[in-house]
Design a binder for this molecule. Structure first.
Ligand code: AMP
Length: 587
C-alpha cells in the first residue's frame, strides 16, 4: 500500500484529541492494508521499527536529519537551520521545503509503506565506518520521493518526534474494531499481548485471521509482560482479603525476567528491554547452575554483601545499569538474584498453574549452593500477627517491606490483581507507598531558581482505559541543584508546542513535554482537587497529592505507561480513608 495512505492517517490523528475517533481512524486504515502492512503501520504509528526487547532503535541526531533535508531539497544547510529556528519543528521544515524543492529526483517513485519501513529498519541496524553518510543518503532518498505531508512524518520519525499519541491500548482497540466493529476482542488481544510483547506481530496475526490469535503461546526470548502488585494498608486487611497466604521479602533492586533455551540466555528488564550484556555473572549462573534446559523465570537482582549478609540500597544496585565498564563493576559489586516466580519450564507453560506448584518447580531447578541464584524468602502465614512479625524482620534487615502472595493464583501477566499484594513501611503523615508519575510539563524558574530555568514539574498518572496521562501534581521540591539542571537538560529536548494528544490536564505548565520520563514522588496524602484531572469525572473534582517531593533519581527502568495508574490512586485514596478511620478508632 502507498505510504500516502498512512501519512494521511497520521495527519488525521494529529488533528484529533478524541480517543474514540483515533480508534476509528486507525481501524479504517487497517481495513485497507495487507497483514504485513498492518504490522509495519503499527510500528510506524508508534515511532519504532521493532518491539523494545529487540533493542533496535532508529535514533538519528537532528543534525543528520537536517543534512538529509538539505540533500533532498537542494536548500543549503544554513537555509534549513534558519527555517528550523523559525518553525521549531524539523517535520514542518521538511514539509515546507518539499513544497518548493529546488531539485527533483531523476527517477521519482511512489513510496510504499514497505519501502519506508524497511529503509528505517536498515538505518536502525547500520553501524560502523561510513554508516552516517549512508544513513543520510537513505533518508534523503525517502524525502526525495515524498509529498510534503509524507516528508513531515518521515522527518519526525527518526528523531522520535512523531507525537501521534498512539499507545498500545489504542492499537488493541483499533484491531478489534477493524474485524468486529466494536472493542469486543480487546480482552483476548490484550491477554495475548501480555505473553508476547510484540504488538506488531499480534496485529499481523490478528489481521490475517482473528481466530488464530488464540493459538499464541509463550516462547523463550519473547518477554512476557510482568505481573503487578496491589496494595493494602495493613496485615489485617491482607488476611481478610487473601486468607492464608505466603509472605515474601520485598527486595529493592531491579526486576529481571530471565529466558534460557539450551545454553543461550537472554535477560529482560521490567520494561522488557534487553539487559543481557550488563549482567555477565547472572548470565553465567543461569547457563551453568540450573537443573533444566529451557526456562523463563523472574526475580529481583540486587547488590548484596556476602560476608555481612547486608542488602545494599537501590542506588548502589542501579550502578550496575551501565553499558561500559561492565566487567569491572560486576567484579566489584556482584548481584544476587532472588528468584520469585516461574513462567515456563522445558516446553511447559507454567503461568496457569497455582503459585504453590510454580514455586515448587522453581525450587527444584535451582542449585542449593549457587552464589548468584537463590529462591526469594517466603513464609506461609495464617494470621495478621504472623505477617507483622515477618514485616518487622524484613524492615530491620534493610528490605523494602513484603509481598503477600496467593498460593492458589495463576501468574497474572501484565495485570494488577490480588494475586500479589505489597505492604511497605508507612511513616507518620506520609502515604504508605511512593507514586511513579510521568512528567508532562515543567515550569520556568522564579526567584532563586531563575538560573536553572526550572521551577518544578507537572506530573501525571496513566489511565490505561482511556490511554491518557492525567495530571496529579506539581512537584517543586526534593531535587538537588544538580538534578534540577540535568532534568531541565533532558526535558528541554522534548518540549512540544501543544500538549501531546494523550495528555489530559487543566493546569498549564510553562512548557509541555512528551510523556517520556517517570519520576518517583512521596507525598503526605491524596486529596480531592478541582485543578487536576486524575480521576476527574464531569464537574466533580479530581485527585491530587499534598506536599509531593521527588524521591531518588528519574526511573529509567519504567516507560511512561508503567507509571502509577488512575485506578491505583483511587484505591490508595480509599485505603487512606480506611487507615484514618482505624487511627481514629484507636485514639
Ligand atoms: P512496586 O514496584 O513497589 O509496585 O513493587 C513491585 C515490585 O517489587 C516488582 O516489580 C519487583 O520488582 C519487586 N519485588 C521485590 N521483591 C519481590 C518479590 N519477592 N516478589 C515479587 N516482586 C518483588
Amino acid at each position: 500500500m502507498d505510504f500516502s495512505t498512512l501519512a494521511s492517517t497520521m495527519q488525521a490523528l494529529e488533528s484529533t484529541r478524541s480517543r474514540n475517533q483515533m480508534v476509528d481512524i486507525i481501524a479504517s486504515l487497517f481495513k485497507q492494508l495487507s497483514p504485513d502492512d498492518v504490522q509495519r503501520s503499527v510500528c510506524l504509528l508508534q515511532g519504532v521499527v521493532a518491539p523494545p526487547h529487540k533493542g533496535i532503535e532508529v535514533g538519528l541526531g537532528e543534525k543528520l536529519v537536517e543534512d538529509a533535508i538539505s540533500k533532498a531539497t537542494g536548500y543549503s544547510s544554513k537555509e534549513v537551520e534558519k527555517l528550523y529556528l523559525k518553525l521549531g519543528d524539523l517535520g514542518s521544515v521538511a514539509e515546507e521545503l518539499c513544497k518548493g524543492k529546488k531539485q527533483t529526483a531523476l527517477f521519482s517513485q511512489t513510496l510504499s509503506i514497505e519501502k519506508v519501513f524497511s529503509t528505517f529498519y536498515k538505518i536502525a541496524t547500520l553501524s560502523g565506518h561510513g554508516s552516517q553518510d549512508v544513513k543520510i543518503s537513505m533518508l534523503a532518498e525517502l524525502l526525495n520521493n515524498s509529498s510534503s505531508v509524507e516528508a513531515k512524518f518521515i522527518t519526525r520519525f527518526p528523531i522520535g518526534r512523531l507525537r501521534l499519541g498512539v499507545g498500545d491500548p489504542t492499537v488493541l482497540d483499533s484491531l478489534s474494531v477493524m474485524h468486529r466493529g466494536d472493542k469486543s476482542d480487546r480482552e483476548i488481544l490484550e491477554s495475548k499481548y501480555n505473553i508476547c510483547s510484540d504488538l506488531g506481530l499480534i496485529a499481523k496475526t490478528y489481521a490475517q485471521d482473528p481466530n488464530s490469535i488464540s493459538k499464541f503461546t509463550m516462547v523463550p526470548f519473547t518477554p512476557i509482560r510482568p505481573a503487578l502488585a496491589e496494595r493494602l494498608p495493613s496485615a489485617k486487611e491482607i488476611i481478610e482479603k487473601m486468607g492464608p497466604c505466603t509472605v515474601e521479602a520485598k527486595y529493592d533492586g531491579f526486576r529481571l525476567q530471565i529466558h534460557r533455551k539450551g545454553k543461550e540466555v537472554e535477560i529482560f528488564s521490567r520494561r522488557m528491554e534487553r539487559m543481557t550484556n550488563m549482567l555477565p555473572e547472572v548470565v553465567a549462573a543461569v547457563r551453568d547452575e540450573l537443573n533444566c534446559k529451557d526456562i523463563i523465570f523472574e526475580g529481583e537482582a540486587l547488590a548484596y554483601n556476602e560476608t555481612s549478609g547486608e542488602f545494599y540500597p537501590f542506588q548502589q544496585t542501579m550502578q550496575r545499569k551501565r553499558k561500559h565498564g561492565v566487567g569491572a563493576k560486576s567484579a566489584e559489586m556482584p548481584l544476587r538474584l532472588f528468584a520469585f516466580d516461574l513462567l515456563y519450564l522445558d516446553g511447559k507453560d507454567m503461568a496457569a498453574k497455582p503459585l504453590r506448584e510454580r514455586r515448587k518447580a522453581l525450587e527444584s531447578v535451582l542449585l542449593k549452593n549457587s552464589k548468584t541464584l537463590s529462591l526469594s524468602e517466603s513464609y506461609p502465614v495464617k494470621k495478621p500477627a504472623e505477617i507483622e512479625t515477618h514485616f518487622e524482620d524484613f524492615i530491620s534487615r534493610g528490605l523494602e517491606g513484603l509481598m503477600a502472595k496467593d498460593l492458589n493464583a495463576p501468574y497474572t501477566a501484565g495485570a494488577r490483581k490480588f494475586a500479589w499484594v505489597k505492604l511497605k513501611r508507612s511513616y507518620r503523615n506520609e502515604l504508605s507507598d511512593t507514586i511513579d508519575m510521568v512528567i508532562i510539563g515543567y515550569f520556568a524558574g522564579k526567584g532563586a531558581r531563575t538560573k536553572f530555568k526550572f521551577g518544578g514539574l507537572l506530573g501525571a498518572v496513566y489511565d490505561p482505559n482511556t490511554d491518557t496521562f492525567q495530571s496529579l501534581a506539581k512537584v517543586g521540591s526534593g531535587f538537588s541543584e544538580e538534578q534540577m539542571q540535568s532534568i531541565e537538560g533532558l526535558l528541554s529536548k522534548i518540549k512540544t508546542k501543544k500538549p501531546n494528544a494523550r495528555i489530559n490536564s487543566i493546569m498549564e505548565p510553562t512548557y509541555w513535554v512528551e510523556p517520556k520520563y517517570v519520576l518517583t514522588v512521596t507525598a503526605d496524602e491524596i486529596t480531592r482537587s478541582p485543578i487536576h484531572t486524575c480521576g476527574k469525572e464531569g464537574d466533580s473534582p479530581g485527585y491530587a497529592l499534598r506536599f509531593p517531593r521527588m524521591y531518588g533519581e528519574l526511573r529509567t527502568d519504567k516507560r511512561a505507561e508503567d507509571a502509577t495508574t488512575t485506578d491505583e490512586i483511587l484505591e490508595m485514596y480509599k485505603m487512606q480513608k480506611r487507615t484514618e478511620l482505624s487511627k481514629e478508632g484507636e485514639e
